[in-house]
Write a protein that binds this ligand. Structure first.
Ligand code: TRP
Ligand code: SF4
Length: 325
């Protein structure tokens, strides 16, 4: 069987531009090259949102709408919901038994939690989610896993678990590989290092022209630049980091020199950026509006069926190797 791509997103709020450049753009590219399995990681979402289950329920619809509106082809790709595939949890339980606690402790998201007391991911589900993630990949016998930098360690963990499984039980699961996203992180509009719906620094895929420009106008710029007549340093400006991602090259060059020579004001610079963002994202917002919840139900019910078929076959093979059940 040919090599598959497997990737999931945690449905925990609104979809934003950080998701777009960090994940969706990569998916759009990969769907042209490989069979792809894209899923709602709703069990993962529960590890951080178990007190806000409603959010997960609504976000499932929102995420699928955003994927489709961005250009994910649900006929070609299998778009499904993790919790509809019970085999994932079977494999996850088996993988848990192959994972020494130290492997999970090395996860960057767990380390981050330990040093960041604000986080509420205070449960074993969160601690072990990298193991569940390995099961997500291996239950589809996936090979390529598009992820951002912060998730590379989890794909490495997946490889270690798969190697151990294959060695112990003479299994034939594929060792997954990370495919790094070009832009794996988008700064927030407040200049924070990461855009995130919970930090209120996100530009969502649902903005109108007006709300989008308003958010751009509020973006944090080079703090040392006092007025239009002072030279600025674009390298210290979040607006410029967006230009580098979303604007054509000539605009990036123009902004860079205009800012340094005090020939370009921040207002104009933001208007330019807003223009390119609107060109790209307003059509997506309009398409999202045109997709109904019932459309999403259809997409998921067919995707879940296709995903379940493959997961069932992989699980049978796992059984044949381990001879446990
Ligand atoms: N843990 C990933 C994240 O937080 C989401 C995810 C869950 C995932 N399972 C996956 C990504 C399997 C790739 C493959 O972004
Ligand atoms: Fe930032 Fe543009 Fe203002 Fe320079 S001109 S500080 S790049 S917003």
């Amino acid at each position: 069987m040919s090599d598959l791509v497997v990737s999931g997103m945690r449905p925990t709020g609104s979809l934003h531009m950080g998701h777009y450049v960090g994940v969706i753009e990569n998916w759009l590219d990969l769907q042209k090259k490989y069979p792809c399995y894209f899923f709602l990681a709703d069990w993962h979402a529960l590890t951080s949102n178990y007190q806000k289950v409603e959010v997960i329920k609504q976000s499932r619809y929102e995420y699928v709408k955003g994927w489709i509106a961005s250009g994910i082809d649900a006929e070609k790709c299998v778009v499904y919901n993790q919790s509809a595939i019970s085999e994932v949890l079977n494999l996850s339980q088996l993988f848990l038994c192959l994972t020494p606690p130290g492997w999970a402790e090395r996860s960057p998201s767990w380390k981050d939690l330990k040093t960041n007391p604000d986080k509420v991911h205070d449960n074993l589900g969160f601690f072990t989610y990298p193991v569940l993630q390995s099961a997500d990949i291996s239950i589809m016998n996936g090979k390529f896993v598009p992820v951002g930098e912060d998730q590379v360690a989890h794909v490495e963990l997946s490889r270690d678990i798969v190697k151990k499984f294959n060695r112990l039980y003479r299994g034939k699961l594929k060792e997954p590989e990370a495919i790094l996203t070009k832009v794996s992180r988008l700064v927030g509009t407040d200049g924070d290092s990461k855009m995130s719906s919970s930090k209120k620094n996100a530009i969502t895929l649902r903005e109108t022209k007006k709300s989008l420009q308003k958010k751009v106008n509020k973006m944090v710029t080079d703090m040392k630049r006092m007025g239009i007549n002072d030279a600025g340093n674009p390298d210290n400006c979040s607006v410029f980091s967006y230009h580098k991602i979303f604007s054509p090259n000539e605009t990036v060059v123009e902004v860079d020199s205009g800012c340094r020579k005090a020939q370009l004001g921040c207002g104009e610079c933001k208007a330019k950026l807003g223009g390119f963002l609107k060109e790209k994202f307003i059509p997506i917002a309009e398409k999202m509006n045109a997709i109904s919840d019932a459309d999403v139900d259809d997409i998921l019910s067919s995707g879940n069926k296709r995903a379940k078929e493959l997961a069932g076959r992989t699980w049978d093979e796992v059984q044949t190797s381990i001879k446990f059940l």
